[in-house]
Design a protein around this ligand. Structure first.
Ligand SMILES: Nc1ncnc2c1ncn2[C@@H]1O[C@H](COP(=O)(O)OP(=O)(O)OP(=O)(O)O)[C@@H](O)[C@H]1O
Ligand SMILES: [Mg+2]
Length: 231
């Protein structure tokens, strides 16, 4: 299933007043952040610029005092404080940590977890998890405990675990930074897939190949400012 087209007009999400100060240091202050629909966005910036902090705020994992989110769905346009993350947004946003944490069960259970939490019927969970395992190329690992997975396999399972929930916005923190060779290529292909499905993917990344994905939009965070038209 591709993301809802019921409200396919305007941006996916607009956030106003997104700012972070640490002690006396202003990390960033973003007046208006517009996240478009169906876009692949790469965010770059120096170490310590605040990229991870920014993504975590958008995911509701870090407080964003004063920030206001606005979005449109089939029921109209809504506006609410970004913190705590409104439930309607929580269902639409997935965040992937740079080093994803997997529960110490099996690969299959990790992917099924979010669907169970949503109360889906078991046969539908089985079906969706089977598809996601196949998509990520990890069907052969479905009964494996996560501690036996390689870094690339962990990233693919984490991507499958996010995709299975059909998010409209995926926030990826350096998805390929700890990978090389074939593992990196596989993750790049999955990220490309997610964007091609019409989801919005915002990824922090220095990987040339991801930055050069077709149609990528570039954001650069530096000196407290987010440049969303970075060439
Ligand atoms: N809870 C916190 N308390 C104090 N300082 C923090 C906290 N969270 C982040 N910082 C600081 O904020 C700055 C931005 O951190 P962040 O992890 O967002 O940067 P980044 O752009 O993702 O960097 P990198 O490229 O190294 O991953 C860093 O200087 C970091 O030490
Ligand atoms: Mg970071």
């Amino acid at each position: 299933m591709t993301p809802s087209v019921a409200a396919a007009h305007g941006p996916l999400l607009t956030v106003r007043g997104l700012a972070r100060t640490i002690g006396l240091r202003k990390l960033f202050a973003i007046d208006t952040l517009v996240i478009p629909r169906a876009a692949a966005i790469v965010m770059t910036g120096m170490n310590g610029a605040g990229k991870t902090t920014l993504l975590r705020m958008l995911a509701g994992l870090e407080a964003a005092p004063g920030a206001v989110a606005q979005w449109t769905d089939a029921n109209g346009t809504h506006s609410a404080p970004l913190t705590p993350l409104p439930p309607a947004l929580r269902r639409r946003i997935a965040y992937l940590h740079q080093h994803p944490y997997l529960f110490r069960t099996s690969v299959r259970e990790n992917i099924a977890y979010g669907l169970r939490a949503r109360g889906l019927p078991p046969h539908e969970i089985d079906c969706r998890v089977g598809e996601a395992l196949g998509w990520a190329g990890v069907s052969h690992l479905q009964d494996t405990a996560p501690e036996y997975l390689s870094g690339g396999e962990i990233q693919r399972v984490a991507l499958a675990r996010a995709k299975v929930l059909e998010p409209e916005l995926l926030l990826l923190d350096e998805p390929t930074s700890s990978l090389d060779g074939h593992a990196r290529e596989q993750v790049i292909a999955l990220v490309g897939d997610l964007a091609a499905e019409g989801r919005t993917v915002v990824m922090i990344c220095h990987d040339r190949e991801l930055i050069n994905l077709p149609g990528v939009v570039r954001w650069k965070l530096g000196d407290g400012v987010l440049d969303t038209h970075h060439p």
